[in-house]
Design a protein around this ligand. Structure first.
Ligand code: WT7
Length: 649
């Protein structure tokens, strides 16, 4: 039985000024599912269209015809919607407040400045040969140039593919090649927690990989002035090429269904897939969710602590907030530098009203005790948000009490790279909060739970989370591989989008995400496929076989536990463990660092050779009492050996 959660009622002061109270939520939700066409046609009006769409929805989830189109005869430009249309009303108001890694460094860009710089960059990109439909890869620090680069692509109708700056050269190369990207925008180095990360060196290394020569130019922001190699004819300094350009650049007229960006994410099998997001529906959805979920009001400072390398940064640092004319804070550093009080100090320094962060960050601070927030007051905060993984009720309550001074509702927002925007979340003026629950669906979202055979489950129950109908922010395809898109999301259950998450629905209809039901890990809110880590390991000479599972980790949510079978004649040693750890870090990136490596003379397999991960997960979690039926294993004694030699963590 699950314990009764401590319910937090809607605060009167929030409800009184909120965009939506509970009655309005219920009415609007009903309308959104009864008449999606009418509802979404109305919502499209929040954008400036060049040609207004005459039809909102044209979507099919049928396995033999997965086809998702929103506003398909409308035309618009995303950059014009995020910049130009605000110039008259709020040209001199802040668009981006940038806070550097170094607490003494910050600056503000107004909408007018951001517009001018974006136009200059777009003009420079044109000179470098970028045209509508080209893919531009961004591998950047958290600096305003990252947002400008995204908006400049959108302005030209180029498609950006942002690769998180923590990924390795190989991971970057893989993405450049898959997208056939002609231009890379990067910086000499990024700075995080007082340390430099050699972005440009990584780009250089990536571009030596076979196939990566598709990238003809590299535009380099000088962030630190650190030493870098220079490839004449390929590398271009950002300041030399951009600063002298005209601050005027016409915005390309784009169809609503033209691609806006590709974003790579991990699945349970294969290489990372480039989810394709398009223009009109995506922006409508990002803007609308940003307004309602964060109950955003004009003039408020809003801070999302994500990196632009993840979808959260796309939708809730750049596109949603800027489409709404909001003030979005962008932070270059990490919450623990120079001290663990940094987040609170930034809130005070910039008068932040809305703070959207990740459970892993909350738990990392919580581990230092309540005093960790003593250097700040945080009394400007009105609302808190959580994203990326389930937030355990203890962390929720600490977030509420210590960071939010028991004054701020928390919106626990469930969504995915694939969904483009928030899908299940409280609305602060409408929803009673239950710590640990993402609560109720956003407008137009029809979640459901199914059993493993795809039968719809009613009432309070556990099941696999599916979505029954399309919403405008949904990814349209996987770049270059629509069949994989269909296979991954629409083939498990007929006519439903399968999220890959398990979920419980309680007696009030609240949703409680329980985590992935596939072989995808969520480590500190970063998504990783076990198959990717395994294939990295088996590429090492010493390794015969590897199996990767997640295990519960106090701060990261999930840790990475690796079982390795060595090749004949190779001796296990601590040095080899270190070497394998470095190997994976170098191959994928530091976010894939193994937490535990256990030598496994054999792995538990069925007679047909399939590794039984269920058993490996239990051993990693030290739940060896309930291993279930092991009689179907080819060699059940393997399990006893693994339990006896379980690695500690
Ligand atoms: C997976 C998606 C959405 C932006 C960041 C992650 C997990 C995400 C929550 C939440 C429980 C969550 C799910 C989902 N997840 N938010 N509020 N509660 N789980 O995007 O990398 O595409 O990962 O993150 O398992 O499937 P992503």
């Amino acid at each position: 039985m699950t314990e009764q959660p401590h319910v937090h009622p809607v605060r009167d002061d929030i409800a009184a000024n909120a965009w939506v109270d509970n009655a309005k939520y219920l009415a609007m939700y009903q309308q959104s599912v009864d008449d999606p066409e009418g509802f979404w046609a109305e919502q499209a009006k929040r954008l400036d269209w060049i040609k207004a769409p005459t039809r909102a929805k044209n979507t099919s989830f049928a396995r033999d015809n997965v086809d998702i189109r929103w506003y398909e005869d409308g035309t618009l430009n995303v950059s014009a919607n995020c910049l130009d249309r605000h110039l008259e009303t709020r040209g001199d108001k802040p668009a981006i407040i940038w806070e550097g890694d170094d607490p003494n460094e910050s600056k503000t860009l107004t909408y007018r400045e951001l517009h001018a710089r974006t136009c200059q960059l777009a003009n420079a990109m044109k000179e470098l040969g970028v045209k509508k439909g080209d893919v531009v890869t961004l591998y950047m620090p958290m600096i305003p140039e990252a947002a400008m680069a995204m908006l400049a692509c959108a302005r030209l109708g180029a498609i950006h593919s942002v690769v998180f700056g923590g990924f390795s050269p190989d991971a970057l190369a893989q993405r450049v090649i898959d997208a056939e990207s002609k231009l890379i925008i990067t910086a000499d180095e990024s700075v995080r927690g007082g340390k430099q990360v050699p972005l440009k060196d990584n780009v250089d290394a990536a571009l030596t990989r076979k196939g990566a020569e598709v990238a003809e130019s590299v535009l380099v922001v000088k962030r630190t002035g650190g030493d870098i190699d220079w490839h004449e004819g390929r590398d271009v300094w950002f300041h030399e090429r951009v600063d002298g350009q005209s601050t005027d650049c016409p915005a390309e007229e784009m169809n609503a269904e033209d691609p806006l960006f590709i974003l790579y994410t991990s699945g349970s099998t294969g290489t990372p897939k480039g989810l394709k997001h398009t223009t009109g529906g995506y922006l409508t959805y990002a803007a609308m969710t940003h307004q309602y979920v964060f109950d955003y009001h004009d003039g408020e400072v809003y801070w999302c602590t994500a990196d632009v390398g993840w979808v959260t940064g796309h939708s809730y640092i750049v596109y949603g907030p800027l489409a709404n004319g909001a003030i979005t804070l962008m932070f270059e550093g990490v919450p623990s530098y120079p001290t663990h009080g940094r987040m609170g100090e930034i809130v005070d320094k910039h008068n932040v009203s809305i703070l959207y962060t990740a459970p892993t960050a909350v738990r990392a601070l919580m581990a230092h005790g309540d005093d960790v927030m003593a250097s700040s007051k945080r009394d400007s905060l009105r609302l808190l948000g959580s994203v990326g993984e389930p937030i355990n009720p203890e962390a929720w309550e600490w977030f509420y009490r210590v960071i939010g001074n028991s004054q701020c509702p928390i919106v626990d927002t469930w969504w995915q790279t694939e969904t483009g925007g928030i899908m299940i979340s409280p609305l602060p003026g409408a929803t009673e909060l239950k710590p640990g629950s993402a609560t109720r669906p956003f407008f137009g979202v029809r979640p459901a739970l199914v059993d493993n055979e795809g039968h719809l489950l009613e009432g309070a129950t556990d099941g696999n989370l599916v979505i029954l109908d399309s919403w405008p922010g949904q990814a349209r395809s996987i770049w270059g591989n629509h069949e994989r898109f269909v296979q991954t999301y629409f083939s498990t259950y007929d006519n439903m989008y399968f999220t890959g998450d398990g979920c419980r629905r309680d007696e009030d209809g609240y949703y409680w995400i329980t985590g992935r039901v596939d072989d995808v890990l969520n480590v500190s809110g970063h998504r990783m496929g076990t198959a990717e880590i395994e294939s990295s390991l088996v590429a090492h000479d010493a390794v015969a076989e590897a199996a990767v599972v997640g295990f519960p980790h106090d701060i990261k949510g999930q840790g990475i536990y690796i079982y390795v079978t060595l090749n004949d004649g190779i001796d296990p040693s601590d040095e080899l463990k270190k070497e394998l750890t470095q190997w994976v870090r170098k191959d994928i990136g530091p976010i894939a660092s193994p937490d535990v490596i256990q030598w496994a003379p054999g792995l538990p397999k069925t007679r047909s050779g399939k590794i039984m991960r269920r058993i490996l997960r239990k051993i990693a979690a030290n739940e060896t009492d309930g291993l279930g039926d092991t009689s179907t294993l080819a060699d059940p004694s393997v399990v006893d050996e693994l339990i006896a030699n379980r690695a500690t963590h």
